[in-house]
Design a protein around this ligand. Structure first.
Ligand SMILES: C[S@@+](CC[C@H](N)C(=O)[O-])C[C@H]1O[C@@H](n2cnc3c(N)ncnc32)[C@H](O)[C@@H]1O
Length: 214
């Protein structure tokens, strides 16, 4: 089976350039920030240099856990957190194999590029690590990006982009508030700028009572 990006691919990029996706939060994360409970503990899978978690620490008093397999990204995340005087936990791990023993109130994913055979495990992982009643907020490129009139940014192959139906089906037991295509103008650091076809996802884990009702 073809494998997704190896850590070295990303590591080299972060060694060459700091703040690859900027220091401001992803626009979707900023939009949903008021849905994140104040003081919540938040994990981001493929967190890169930590911009989203640092923003939530500043604006929502959240405690953040950044998970990424690129060590230099995590070093940059720690430096940025220190500069912005917020706490940040970093975990170097490959989300294709990572299995933490704890859970969080909110999980974020922005532009994590996995292959179709790898994504079911990501969805299961998200469902395992979010507490009952907690939230997942995610944004991915969607396959229309390569066929429509969009900027040549993001993954080079459609199989690293995420179709809405796949996520809907994987989270069928959750309360899906949004799983919708959006055509947006990305301005996320120096590299991720231009028109893009994305999928935005917001869903809430079942509450214990919902589970008991089933
Ligand atoms: C496009 S970047 C986005 C970073 C961050 N979410 C942001 O929006 O600023 C994708 C990130 O996912 C990380 N990544 C890719 N595959 C991964 C995997 N299997 N396990 C952990 N991290 C991964 C890369 O190292 C990179 O930092």
């Amino acid at each position: 089976m073809r494998e997704s990006s190896q850590p070295a691919f990303w590591e080299v990029r972060y060694e060459r350039e700091e703040h690859l996706f900027g220091t401001a939060p992803n626009t979707f994360v900023a939009t949903v920030a008021d849905r994140v409970p104040p003081g919540a503990d938040v994990v981001e899978l493929g967190a890169g240099e930590g911009r989203n978690l640092i923003f939530l620490a500043e604006t929502r008093d959240c405690s953040g856990t950044a998970v990424d397999f690129a060590p230099t990204a995590l070093q940059h995340a720690e430096q940025l957190a220190t500069t912005r005087t917020v706490a940040l936990e970093v975990i170097q791990a490959d989300v294709r194999t990572w299995g933490p023993a704890r859970r969080w109130e909110v999980a974020l994913v922005t532009f994590l590029q996995l292959l179709p055979g790898e994504r079911p495990r990501l969805y299961r992982l998200l469902q395992q690590i979010v507490r009952p009643g907690g939230w997942v907020f995610a944004e991915w490129f969607r396959p229309d990006h390569l066929t429509g009139d969009f900027a040549r940014i993001g993954p080079s192959a459609a199989d690293r982009m995420v179709p809405a139906a796949e996520v809907r089906s994987a989270f069928a037991n959750w309360s899906i508030e949004r799983c919708a295509p959006a055509d947006v103008m990305l301005q996320e650091g120096p590299r991720l700028r231009g028109a893009a076809a994305v999928l935005r996802f917001a869903a809430q884990a079942p509450h214990p009572t919902d589970e008991a009702d089933r």
